[in-house]
Design a protein around this ligand. Structure first.
Ligand code: PNS
Length: 167
């Protein structure tokens, strides 16, 4: 069985992530979408919420499983018997960090390769950070995330706003 792991923060999952999930899942027997727990960034959504959101938006893809993990992506991939890590490349600005990560991961686990997917042009400028920024000012994020996720982002931001409207 060919298995790959797509690690990330997914805070929240975007249409760009979903595109990478659909395309990479079509090439392997099983794709595990792996949500990092111990991220240095303070997430908007808890790891449980992010896992649930990913499960909801990937329900139509039978060979996708969602899990959370702590520690190194490549170690998680090794434990799950995966042959590859999956990452999306939106623009050349992603390249330096992604290359460094892929080379580090390869030196840690030479038998696990990183597969890069060129993000669909329509989604190239979308990031979870941009989604949160636009939503925090009441902007329309329906083009950036699946409808189910948009509602949850607005709700979460509203729940965090104080009386002055600051997040
Ligand atoms: O969605 P993100 O935030 O760009 O994902 C980054 C992620 C989670 C893939 C990366 O930070 C990661 O793999 N973190 C776990 C620690 C690790 O394995 N680092 C890579 C070796 S440098």
């Amino acid at each position: 069985m060919t298995r790959a792991v797509y690690p990330g923060s997914f805070d929240p999952v975007t249409k760009g992530h979903l595109d990478v999930i659909e395309r990479s899942a079509a090439l392997v027997d099983e794709l595990i979408v792996a949500v990092l727990k111990n991220n240095a960034k303070t997430p908007l959504f808890s790891v449980e919420e992010r896992v649930k959101m990913l499960e909801d938006v990937t329900r139509h893809i039978p060979n996708v499983r969602v899990e959370s993990f702590c520690g190194l992506s490549v170690e998680f991939a090794r434990q799950r018997g995966a042959k590859a890590l999956v990452r999306g490349l939106r623009a050349v600005t992603d390249f330096e960090y992604e290359l460094q990560m892929a080379q580090t991961n390869r030196s840690l686990q030479p038998e696990i390769d990183t597969l890069f997917f060129a993000t669909e042009l329509n989604y190239a400028y979308i990031s979870s950070t941009i989604v949160k920024e636009v939503a925090s000012y009441g902007g329309d994020i329906s083009g950036f995330v699946p409808p189910l996720i948009a509602d949850q982002v607005y709700d979460k931001i509203a729940s965090l706003k104080d009386k002055e409207g600051n997040v």
